[in-house]
Write a protein that binds this ligand. Sequence first.
Ligand code: ZN
Length: 321
Amino acid sequence: MTKNWRRLVNVSMCLLVLLLVVGCGSNAAKPAEPEVKKIKVVTTMYPVYEFVKQVGGDKVDVVMLIPPGAEPHDWEPTAKDIIQIKSAKIFAYHGADFEPVEKLLHKDVLGDALPIEVSKDVKKLEAKHAEEEEEEHGHEHGDSHDEHKFDPHAWLDPIAVQQEIKTIEQALATVDEKNADYYKQNAETYNKKLAELDEQYKKALAGITRKEIVTSHRAFGYLANRYGFEQLGIMGLSPDAEPTPDRMAKITEFCREHKVKYIFFETVTSPKLAQTLAKETGAELLVLNPIESLTEQEMKDGKNYLTIMGENLVNLQKALK
Ligand code: ZN
């Protein structure tokens, strides 16, 4: 009798425990899974935005302050931009004299955001001015209308970008330690793609016969330096640095003398000067994209840093043959 009674108690205890377990389980599942908060990263220009997205994957929420199609050299942060920066965990900018950071790197702008100069470990090229380029020696420094100390366009060199990717990885791992391995994995994957891109460029440009390209603004210094050619820019390091009539005449003369077949223009800035030059010298126009900003159409078409670097290579090969 007592045995049976004990058994009954045991069975009901088990049932009770089971009910409790099931009950708890269903209770916990009820409130819709609280979404894991993503790390908010505010970036300035397209390349920084793209590189942060590649490393951060689905753990980050990336904002790009400079809108598609805008010319980023003359970007001035708005009050709205500053509100965005303040609410971020990381504020990533390219640096090397590209953005007006002296206005941004203050406690009252940053709030708790960690500021990251993506190009901080890249070996910078010094800004060369058009006049120096022609004369190459002598010439006083420091009297330029161009305020750059460095050439900022490091993102056009895939090897420099590998360094930038590492810097981004470290920053993300600092603010989000538990996902450090995830960021490392993504960084390695993207850096492999950059290594392949570098191989493509080396192979394709190994047998070039020409040494100069003529570009709209002087955005291709790092690229030219990496793969052994030179750029002659109609405009300066910034596309708003218009050439003097004298400079324009010299470039025209250069194109005629060297029988330049192609003049490069860009997708975002005005092609007017490139068109004029092409007309005067009988050259054809081709796009060489400095990837400073993608147009909305390019975004819609699913283009990105790697695909555009590929397109640039096709046109470079044509011009350097
Ligand atoms: Zn530029």
